[in-house]
Design a protein around this ligand. Structure first.
Ligand code: ADP
Ligand code: MG
Length: 746
């Protein structure tokens, strides 16, 4: 049996070997290369059957596999655990482990890993092979229930924000059985991945997943309380759902290799604007370039095999920018899938001679990348609690849940802002490409009308949708939506869900999502407290909604969030405008928010303080790396180049003058360049000093403030000189690929 499995693996590996890494060679032949890789990857994806429905989820230990491979009673017990009814019975763990191991080995896996989300923001994995030596010098393939349920990675090098000192290295990972196990190939290595939560020896959360899972329980419980008091007896579970739209850039790998800033920081720290940017608005939804389309096709194949429901793909606003969006799912699965998506986007890009940049702001002067979080609540019997239906004013459940979200966002707008605070995202928010740093909500015409009616006592009607006449007999009549969209709003109602547009492209969806879940659960809990004691539920609900709207109306804003007027208006309304990450992050540990998280058992004060520390430290380290990278590039690439160029120009000017000519143009240019070089050289010195000073500042908050207030402006100043020089120095000697090349050459 085991030998047969090993033979199977060997055969399989020979068949699939050398496929993935083809793309890593030189990219001169990239056109033929990626065609070849694509074909073979397709073949590799799922043995023989090419049809999409067979490809989808073929690398996932999904319900069909579970049902087929587990004894009936074990399957049933596991399902009970998955819906939160019973903790996992250790006695069935061995059976499940054995079944999942056999399945994974058939898929070619030699290793397994607990896969978790430490506070670094990315994912972590530590692979162990299934092999177990026998006394006669052979091996067998083994995997126990204990190994499935619990991992013990050495936790000492993960950020813990002081929760754990380095010599107390123990940390545990625990299987999150609500997100399916999958098998993934990276190069010639095939491993079984077990989605997991990660905590310290004392049980404190050291990851992004644990609070997310805790918040799912909480929102379920509070939603059910409200549903029951409104007379719903049919729903037994409420799930928070998430669809995360992912934006990214693609550039040729050749350019990436020549830029230390992209290599080390994921964004360009220097670079003059391209003569053509995004002003023609012709990239957005434009037809797909062939190389990009082939890349997207391969990304989809890979994601579908992993059970990720990749659905939408298109060109985004900036040249070289794209988007991918899945069909929504429960928040923890959506979170895992978004991490797989980011990883896959980057992995496949290399096979096509491309690099995928997920950074929030790879290029100044054109749009950065976000990750819109579409969020809603769904019941196990198929009700979307944020779907207004055609007559929302009669839909009491919808109105109550809508008001709960309004109350939640108003009460905790600072906290919500803190979930998207990062050095990369600071470049986006307020930059007329993304919502400003002020949180507000857009509801649209139909819901505003209802809100107005509630305010003046009782609702009696809903504005209905109509038909759009296009004035062309061959075109169909289009049913219109009840409200238009507002793309400038940070938190917009979009018909049957809310769309949070502030998160940056690199953020782990777990962060903003566990906060939504918790703040909405808090509002629902207050609502349930009132409704559960009401004698006449209709009157009580009407009264309560009126009160909620009166108290929280300031958060609703339907106008242009990019306008200056709104900044002034928001200030009048007392809404926080937290422009920079270090100020926004303070909200994580303010008293009200600590109380909120402790009330629902999401995070303790110690865990919140630790998170705050980690995020501030990450902020400072990021800016420090950027500053050091910029200094390296300026001192070792730009300055030598421009000084040489200046010398050549000076010699030429002298030669021309010696021949009796005035050399007016040359002298003028020489002057300009010499002045810019002086400016740049001083700016470099200043940046060096500011960075040294910031690094020496004690205390995480003060340290982050110093990077924010001193180092970032010094970097901006140095960049101005460098970018000016780039526009006047001989293109042949400029040491860095330009914006035009990187964004336009595919
Ligand atoms: P947009 O027009 O806003 O760019 P997209 O089609 O790119 O929209 O993405 C919309 C996202 O919203 C998709 O991921 C979709 O699955 C998700 N979505 C739709 N309905 C819900 C819902 N009820 N809960 C969560 N997400 C949803
Ligand atoms: Mg979209």
């Amino acid at each position: 049996m085991h030998l047969a499995q090993l033979l199977h693996i060997a055969k399989y590996n020979i068949k699939t070997k050398s496929l993935i890494h083809k793309g890593k060679d030189n990219f001169c032949n990239r056109a033929t290369e990626y065609q070849g890789t694509k074909q073979e990857t397709k073949k590799k994806m799922c043995s023989d059957n090419q049809s999409l429905s067979n490809v989808f989820g073929c690398q996932v230990f999904n319900d069909t596999e579970m049902r087929a491979r587990l004894p009936k009673n074990v399957y049933k017990q596991l399902k009970e655990t998955m819906i939160g009814n019973n903790p996992l019975d250790p006695s069935i763990a061995d059976v499940v482990a054995n079944a999942v191991k056999d399945w994974a080995i058939e898929k070619g896996a030699t290793h397994y890993t607990h896969w978790f989300h430490p506070m670094t923001g990315s994912t972590a994995e530590k692979h162990d092979s299934f092999i177990s030596p026998t006394s006669d010098g052979r091996i067998i393939m083994e995997f126990s229930g204990k190994e499935l349920i619990k991992g013990e990675p050495d936790a000492s090098s993960f950020p813990s924000g002081g929760l754990r000192v380095t010599f107390e290295a123990r940390g545990y990972t625990a299987w999150d059985c609500t997100s399916p196990v999958f098998v993934k190939r990276d190069g010639d290595n095939t491993t079984m991945f077990i989605p997991s939560a990660f905590c310290s020896y004392t049980g404190q959360a050291l990851d992004k997943k644990t609070p997310l899972l805790r918040s799912m329980d909480v929102i379920n419980k509070q939603s059910l309380r409200v549903l029951r008091s409104l007379g719903n007896e049919t729903s037994n579970m409420v799930y928070a759902t998430l669809g995360a739209e992912q934006e990214y850039f693609l550039i040729d790998r050749e350019f990436h290799e020549k830029r230390l800033d992209l290599l080390l920081t994921g964004r360009t720290l220097l670079g003059a604007a391209s003569p053509r940017g995004q002003e023609m608005a012709d990239h957005y939804f434009g037809s797909l370039d062939e190389r990009i389309a082939s890349y997207m096709a391969e990304v989809n194949q890979e994601l579908w095999a992993l059970g990720v429901t990749a659905k939408t793909q298109h060109n985004e606003v900036a040249p070289g920018q794209f988007e991918i969006a899945p069909v929504f799912s429960t928040v923890n699965v959506a979170n895992d899938h978004n991490h797989l998506t980011m990883e896959t986007l980057q992995k496949i890009a290399k096979r096509h001679g491309l690099i995928c940049l997920i950074h929030e702001k790879p290029f100044a002067g054109v749009n950065g990348s976000g990750k819109h979080h579409n969020w809603s609540l769904a019941t196990d019997d198929g009700i979307n609690l944020l779907d207004p239906g055609s007559t929302p004013h009669e839909n009491m459940i919808f109105m109550v849940f809508l008001c709960a979200v309004i109350k939640a966002v108003n009460n905790y707008s600072g906290l919500l802002r803190s979930t998207v605070a990062s050095p990369g995202n600071d470049h986006r928010l307020g930059g007329h490409e993304a919502p400003p740093a002020i949180i507000s909500m857009f509801l649209g015409e139909q819901l505003n009308d209802i809100i107005e009616q509630i305010k003046t006592g009782g609702v009696s009607s809903s504005k209905s949708s109509g038909n759009l006449q296009l004035g062309v007999s061959t075109l169909p009549q289009l049913p219109t939506d009840c409200s238009d969209r507002n793309r400038t709003s940070p938190f917009a109602f979009t018909g049957n869900r809310f769309e949070f547009r502030m998160p940056g492209s690199t953020v782990s969806p777990a962060g903003p999502t566990f906060v939504f879940n918790t703040i909405v659960a808090d509002a629902l809990s207050d609502i349930a407290d009132e409704l559960e004691k009401a004698e006449d539920i209709n009157t009580a609900t009407q009264k309560l909604l009126k009160k909620i709207i009166a108290e929280n109306e300031r958060i609703i804003f339907n106008g242009d969030n990019y306008s200056e007027d709104w900044v002034a208006e928001a200030e009048k309304r007392g809404l926080p405008n937290l422009k920079k990450a270090p100020e926004a992050l303070k909200y994580l540990t303010c008293d009200d928010n600590v109380e909120l998280f402790e009330k629902f058992g999401i995070l303790s004060k110690a865990e919140l303080v630790a998170r705050h520390e980690i995020l501030l430290e990450t902020y400072s380290k990021t800016i420090n790396i950027e500053a050091r990278t910029m200094l390296d590039m300026l001192k070792r690439q730009v300055l030598p180049c421009v000084m040489d160029y200046c010398g050549t120009l000076a010699a030429a000017t002298e030669a021309i003058k010696a021949s009796g000519l005035a050399a007016k143009a040359q002298s003028k240019k020489l002057n300009t360049i010499a002045e810019l070089i002086d400016g740049l050289s001083d700016a470099v010195e200043n940046l060096e000093n500011q960075r040294d000073e910031a690094e020496a500042v004690e205390g995480t908050q003060l340290n982050a403030d110093a990077y924010s207030n001193k180092v970032i402006p010094a970097m901006a100043q140095a960049r101005t000189y460098c970018d000016k020089l780039e526009t006047i120095v001989d293109a042949d000697v400029w040491p860095l690929p330009t914006y035009a090349q990187m964004m336009f050459l595919k």
